[in-house]
Structure formats: structure tokens, C-alpha cells
Design a protein around this ligand. Structure first.
Ligand SMILES: NC(=O)c1ccc[n+]([C@@H]2O[C@H](COP(=O)([O-])OP(=O)(O)OC[C@H]3O[C@@H](n4cnc5c(N)ncnc54)[C@H](O)[C@@H]3O)[C@@H](O)[C@H]2O)c1
Length: 326
């Protein structure tokens, strides 16, 4: 049985991926410092949780010496774009600095396969959609920059010590597991669908829509929403590719379909039957009108297709999860 180390596996996307890996027959160990992750998010009894920081080199060396890992997935990192603008060093220190220590431990132990959580934020402001991987990467905030730096570091490690990696550039992760056992539990929450659901459920006074004069059909921003279980499946396929000897890859993970903020709100109203108070605000700096993936490379190279990402499925699962939380 192949053994996978999942850093950040107690977080939102990591915990869904851990379940998908176990279901696919992998032995899984989770490494998470629990700064933002949750012990309850690891639901399979077979999974061992190591509560350490990926930047603690001596402890990482010990972990890699004690256990044999066939591949690693790294979800661990800070994720709040706005915070990264105000506190860039916090982001560079964790998403690059501590993540480099983690790579040093991997190198020392001879572990040479890594799947990495990258992001569409590495592209920056793109005028043309859908976005494909050949597009230039010019991130406009330290969060996106930190992810691009790590992609570059992985290229250099491949040259120097044959590390093979798959960088998955996620678009907007959303939704929750079908059985509502796990779901999105960020604090603070900055993602649209959980915030719209909070407004619908009376947990916040309204949802603020930032900008209604964009050059889109209804004037609000368009994004590509990908169900977290579809993302999880992309990781399972990426791990299998590396274990089977496949080459490194950088690819988008999105559906190829865009939905506007107003469409998200309208679908949430239809799914929940609840009214949603809306407040219209100014555009936010650096928010492009439209970000939609061209997922063709993931389709062909990973044989991956989204199967859970209709808007109704996404919002229904997120609502089921939100109700359980309230
Ligand atoms: N959520 C999205 O829409 C989205 C989009 C693009 C990319 N990503 C990337 O995907 C990854 C996972 O995102 P998420 O939404 O699940 O975030 P999350 O905050 O829920 O999960 C990240 C996990 O990493 C852990 N962690 C952070 N730093 C650590 C460290 N130094 N050592 C050990 N553990 C550490 C946290 O405790 C947390 O459990 C992140 O790297 C993020 O940048 C997310």
C-alpha cells in the first residue's frame, strides 16, 4: 500500500483529499500544526495526525526518518489574500520559508514526488478567458506571489535532485462532502458561498457585492467554482501520476464555466428558499471581472473531469454543511 504524507491535511481542501485518498486505497499520514485546521476534519480512523509545523526541520527530519512516504501533498499555507497585502512577510515566511524547510526534509529522506496547492492567483489580472497554463503569471498580491515562488522553487529542485511535482492551480474551491461530515470552516471566512449562506441564514446582516458595473452580463464578477470533492479527485490522480513514474505538470483545476456573484446569490435563494439581503459596494482593487479556467490540460494529462460541480450541487452541499454548523 502506498503511503502519502498530506501536509495541511486537517484544513478544508486537505481533509476532503485525505478521505478521497483513503477511499482509493492509500495509507495516509496528516501533518498539520492545527493553526487553521481541525482535528475533527480527519474522519478516517486509519489516518494518523502528526501535529507539527512543516517548518520545524529537526522534527520533519525525524518524521521522514521514522516513516517511509511514497509521495507528499502540500496544502499547508496561509490563504487570505487581503491579509497577505497587509502582512506580506507572514505569507513569505510560511508559504515559502517554512515550505522550503519541508522540502529540505524531503530531499534529505530521498522523497522525490510532491503535489502542490497552487492557485489561479498566480496569473494576476488576465483580460482573456478561459485562462490556460501558457498564460503569463504576474501575481498582484503577496499570496499569489508566494505560490508562484514555490512553483519556481519546485522547477529548480527538479533540475538539481529530480524532484517530480504536480502543481494544481485551483480556481474557487467550494462545497462540502455529500454526507456533510466535513466542509469549509475558515476563520475568518472570506469565500463567497459560505458568506452568502451566512446572510441567507441570518448570521450576517447582508452579503456585500463588490462592484456591479463590471463588463459582464449582469455587472458582477464572474468566477469558476469547483467542488472540493472534484479538487480532491484531481489530487488522487496527480499522486497516481507521480507514483506511476509520470512527469511533472502544472495545470489548472476548474470547470471551465463561470458564474457571476448575482448568479451565486440567485441560486442560493432557489436552493435554500431563503431571502438574502444584498448591499452593493465599490469594486475591490485587483478583482478582475472574469476568472475562468481552461481545464483541458487536467482533462488530458490527469484524465480528470469534474463530476460534482454543478452550481446546484455545490450550493446544496455547502448549505447542508452550514446547517449542521449552526
Ligand atoms: N480555498 C481555495 O479556494 C483555494 C484556492 C487556491 C489555492 N488554495 C490553496 O490550497 C491550500 C489549502 O487551502 P484551504 O482552503 O484548505 O486552507 P486551510 O487553511 O483550510 O488549510 C490549510 C491547512 O494548512 C495548515 N498549515 C498552515 N501552515 C502550516 C505549517 N507551517 N505547518 C503545518 N500546517 C500548516 C493549517 O493549519 C490548515 O489546516 C492552501 O495552500 C491554499 O493556498 C486554496
Amino acid at each position: 500500500m502506498n503511503h502519502i504524507l498530506v501536509a495541511g491535511g486537517a484544513g478544508y481542501i486537505g481533509s476532503h483529499t485525505v478521505r478521497a485518498l483513503v477511499k482509493s486505497g492509500y495509507q495516509v499520514t496528516v501533518l498539520d500544526n492545527l493553526e487553521y485546521g481541525h482535528e475533527w476534519a480527519i474522519v478516517d480512523d486509519s489516518v494518523r495526525l502528526v501535529t507539527e509545523d512543516m517548518g520545524d526541520l529537526p522534527r520533519m527530519q525525524k518524521l521522514f526518518a521514522e516513516e517511509t512516504f511514497d509521495a507528499v501533498i502540500n496544502f499547508a499555507g496561509y490563504i487570505n489574500v487581503g491579509e497577505s497585502v497587509n502582512d506580506p512577510l507572514k505569507y513569505y515566511e510560511n508559504n515559502v520559508g517554512r515550505a522550503v524547510k519541508f522540502l529540505q526534509a524531503m530531499q534529505g529522506a530521498g522523497v522525490d514526488k510532491l503535489v502542490f496547492s497552487s492557485t489561479c492567483a498566480t496569473y494576476g489580472v488576465i483580460d482573456q478567458v478561459p485562462i490556460d497554463e501558457a498564460e503569463s503569471q504576474n501575481p498582484i498580491n503577496p499570496y499569489g506571489q508566494s505560490k508562484l515562488m514555490y512553483e519556481t522553487i519546485l522547477n529548480d529542485c527538479e533540475t538539481a535532485w529530480n524532484l517530480r511535482s504536480v502543481c494544481l492551480r485551483y480556481f474557487n474551491a467550494c462545497g462540502a462532502s455529500d454526507d456533510a461530515l466535513i466542509g469549509e470552516a475558515h476563520d475568518p471566512e472570506t469565500h463567497l458561498i459560505p458568506l452568502v449562506l451566512q446572510a441567507a441564514m441570518g448570521q450576517r446582516p447582508h452579503i456585500t457585492v463588490y462592484g456591479s458595473d463590471y463588463p459582464t452580463p449582469d455587472g458582477t464578477c464572474i468566477r469558476d467554482y469547483i467542488h472540493v470533492d472534484d479538487l480532491a479527485e484531481a489530487h488522487v490522480k496527480a499522486v497516481a501520476r507521480l507514483i506511476e513514474g509520470g512527469s511533472s505538470l502544472k495545470c489548472n483545476v476548474g470547470t471551465g464555466n463561470g458564474f457571476s456573484v448575482n448568479e451565486i446569490i440567485e441560486t442560493t435563494k432557489a436552493v435554500t428558499g431563503l431571502d438574502i439581503p444584498i448591499e452593493y459596494g465599490e469594486r475591490r482593487e485587483g478583482d478582475p471581472p472574469e476568472l475562468v479556467a481552461n481545464p483541458a490540460l487536467a482533462n488530458t494529462e490527469l484524465n480528470w473531469q469534474p463530476t460534482h460541480s454543478s452550481l446546484k450541487q455545490i450550493i446544496s452541499s455547502a448549505y447542508q454543511w452550514a446547517q449542521k454548523q449552526s
